[in-house]
Design a protein around this ligand. Structure first.
Ligand SMILES: *Cc1c(COP(=O)(O)O)cnc(C)c1O
Length: 392
């Protein structure tokens, strides 16, 4: 299996069949597991063997199939499926950090990640330094003797800044810290984040992995030592486990993940080309596009630019709202990675809690629209967006 290409792994890796030989992965909707004898129960509580389960909060065969498929795709030794992406992020940070430790994080973060780091971790006595994630010298000068963790999103939301994973990994490792990367925007198929040097990769499976708007989920990937000795002891007792139903949906999502992400990235490039130079549009941001400030880094560390675009409508909030109101195919939603194209206005939704100064510093302007490109026909999407811009 190790030599399989990603598309083969996405269809077959981790699949285990019961005695009935089912074609599709079985959904084990069970809370607990039974034993043939007290001796077997006793052994199971001691041994912790693969394919031997005790209780759904600790593990489940359908969830394990999902974890093993993700491990094969990502090239990770071990993984743990979680109820949501935020359970993956918070469970990772809470299990790694104790009072008195220090974390360095990029400040351009998904809102809930920023809250976990900047509010909860501080309340629990963890020292926090937030840096400009694209500035390696800022990471370097933030390191302290008690720095345990560096955290970043590979591609930031919503301005799609690209962080230098190999560069940050080196700084972290030289200081004895681990690098944790939230890889949602880069997608599991467009970036080999562990190979770039990250120690732990987390996903919201809610996004591309489901990709069809159905279930919440998350996954944490890393060494067997981290998952077994740090993540699981904390998280099996605090309880953010993935539901087997959701794991089954995610397994089905993984089968088409690379087809969907590639098709969505193809369309994203076509939309960027169609919008370039449009008189109603200011900046257009797409990581691997030649006009993106970090495109050389993006091209070095990603095979494709992902499935999300951001662009600025000239005329601020009013013009952006006129354009959003005139869309027929693209739906208004702050989700992303979906088969349906979704547009959001970050200033009034996902990033409304940032101060105006912080928004300005992050380049989140009043006219900025984030577009998660879906699986619709690219000509239809371009016609929809250009038509909407004419009303802006
Ligand atoms: C959505 C998202 C999360 C949180 O995932 P949930 O499944 O909603 O909990 C974390 N990080 C990033 C970058 C996201 O896009």
């Amino acid at each position: 299996m190790e030599n399989w290409k990603p598309r083969t792994k996405l269809v077959h890796a981790g699949a285990k069949r019961s005695q009935f030989g089912e074609l599709s992965e079985a959904m084990f909707l069970t809370q607990g597991f039974v034993y043939d004898s007290p001796e077997q129960a006793e052994a199971r509580f001691i041994e912790n063997q693969p394919d031997e389960y005790i209780y759904g909060r600790y593990g489940n065969p359908t969830v394990r199939m999902f974890e093993e498929r993700m491990m094969a795709l990502e090239g990770a030794e071990d993984a743990f499926g979680t109820a949501t992406g935020m359970a993956a992020v918070s469970g990772t940070l809470f299990s790694l950090l104790s009072a008195g430790d220090h974390i360095v994080s990029s400040k351009a973060l998904f809102g809930s990640c920023l809250f976990v780091i900047d509010d909860i971790l501080r309340r629990w006595g963890v020292e926090v330094t937030l840096v400009d994630g694209t500035d390696l010298s800022a990471w370097q000068s933030a390191m302290q003797p008690n720095t345990k963790v560096c955290f970043c999103e590979a591609i930031s939301n919503p301005t799609l800044e690209v962080t230098d994973i190999a560069g940050i990994a080196k700084i972290a490792h030289d200081a004895g810290a681990l690098l944790v990367v939230d890889n949602v925007f880069a997608t599991p198929v467009h970036q080999r984040t562990l190979e770039l040097g990250a120690d732990i990769v987390v996903y919201s499976a809610t996004k591309h992995i489901d990709g069809q708007g159905r279930c919440l989920g998350g996954v944490v990937l890393g060494t067997e030592e981290f998952i077994q000795e740090t993540f699981i002891p904390f998280n099996k007792h605090t309880g953010p486990s993935m539901s087997p139903f959701n794991a089954w949906v995610m397994l089905k999502g993984l089968e088409t993940l690379s087809l969907r992400c590639d098709a969505q990235a193809d369309t994203a490039v076509k939309i960027v080309d169609a919008l370039r130079g449009h008189d109603k549009i200011g900046r257009i941001l797409y990581p691997t596009d030649a006009d993106h400030p970090n495109h050389e880094l993006a091209r070095r560390q990603m095979t494709r630019g992902g499935t999300v675009i951001a662009f600025e409508v000239k005329g601020g909030k009013e013009a952006a709202f006129r354009a959003l109101n005139a869309l027929n195919i693209v739906i208004l939603s702050n989700n992303l990675g979906d088969a349906k194209s979704l547009a959001t206005h970050p200033v009034t939704t996902t990033h409304k809690n940032l101060s105006p100064e912080a928004r300005a510093a992050a380049g989140i302007t009043d006219g900025l629209i984030r577009l998660s490109v879906g699986l619709e026909d690219s000509d239809d999407l371009i016609a929809d967006i250009l038509g909407a811009l004419n009303t802006a």
